[in-house]
Design a protein around this ligand. Sequence first.
Ligand code: NAD
Ligand code: DAU
Length: 340
Amino acid sequence: MKLCITGGAGFIGGNFAHYWVNTYPEDRVVVLDLLTYAGNLQTLQPILDRPNVRFVRGDIRDRQQVEALFEQEHFDAVVNFAAETHVDRSVEDPEVFISTNIIGTQVLMDACRKTGVSRFHQISTDEVYGDLPLDRPDLFFTEQTPIHASSPYSAAKAGADLLVQAYHRTFGLPVTISRCSNNYGPYHFPEKLIPLMITRALADQSLPVYGNGANVRDWLHVSDHCTAIDLILRHGRVGEVYNIGGHNERTNLEVVRTILKALNKPESLIHFVKDRPGHDLRYAIDPTKIETELGWKPQYTFDTGILQTIDWYLTHRDWWERILQGEYQDYYRQMYKDRP
Ligand code: NAD
Ligand code: DAU
């Protein structure tokens, strides 16, 4: 198989590229990534010298470049991870979220149509469903839950999903969509909750918890996300949406306390700060469809996965310390300056 992984220098795309190259070493893998602030070639270093792996620096919005690449490679499948992904950044500046997440997806699908790609898989998110109330633990997102996005980020992802479904219905493009809950694991950029808290706790810095820390996320180890995408690519039904999640709900405060305990750091590091505007209360996935239809089962519980992840950050300081030394410091000052 000839596979194109867009956004493969980012967190989940990078983990997926590792997963695919190691699981299907005979396949050709082309990673297309713009290397924005979130993209990091160091993430791909362990697989870049494989003869059947190619890295292309490029923008999924660049029609000319994308179509030339697709004409040259004639992919069998495209998995689109490329996106602007941080909710807080989308509150500061929505524009690039609209262009990358929606227009970029359209450009990729047009190239798929032109070159007869057999599968376009869109990596979507549970955030397109909006949120669930905190006092209704019986409610979950199913594939039938209406789209109801809260942030410019999730609205842009929802827009892309609608476009993917429209390309299937109108043009017969063979698409699938997956909507996963919050991922964590190796190579996670330290602007997101779990790596932010691990790296700051290690430096004995304050840990900024939004609001009262009671918001709930449903955490999935990134390697379990990768196996789910693999199953959807090989056995998923064209035109279908698959939710992915492992029933690992935790409040943000529980997550931060777990990290502090594992690192033997004091809870006095926790600092409650001004809440995120429009902050979604609770995400929780019902994974019945992917479990029953495709036989997917996650390998990690949150308790085992978080320890593996903390261990990875302890043993890969070089990867994240480089990030923290760059423009990241300006980002942190800017993003948290109004959150005293
Ligand atoms: P990330 O921010 O770590 O990586 C995004 C990657 O996309 C980066 O390598 C970046 O350089 C690249 N990119 C950005 N704009 C591009 C463009 N115009 N052209 C080409 N490449 C571009 O993101 P992530 O957390 O790995 O998320 C990957 C995908 O998974 C996203 O589509 C996201 O919406 C979705 N998702 C993420 C989570 C999560 O918890 N992180 C959960 C569910 C779904
Ligand atoms: O659910 C899937 C989504 O998960 C993905 O689609 C997004 O790309 C990904 O970024 C993630 O979105 P969240 O907003 O849930 O993730 P984030 O790590 O930014 O925040 C997780 C929770 O932690 C959220 O309730 C906000 C809170 N938080 C976050 C940060 C960065 C804090 O309390 N303090 C912080 O400093």
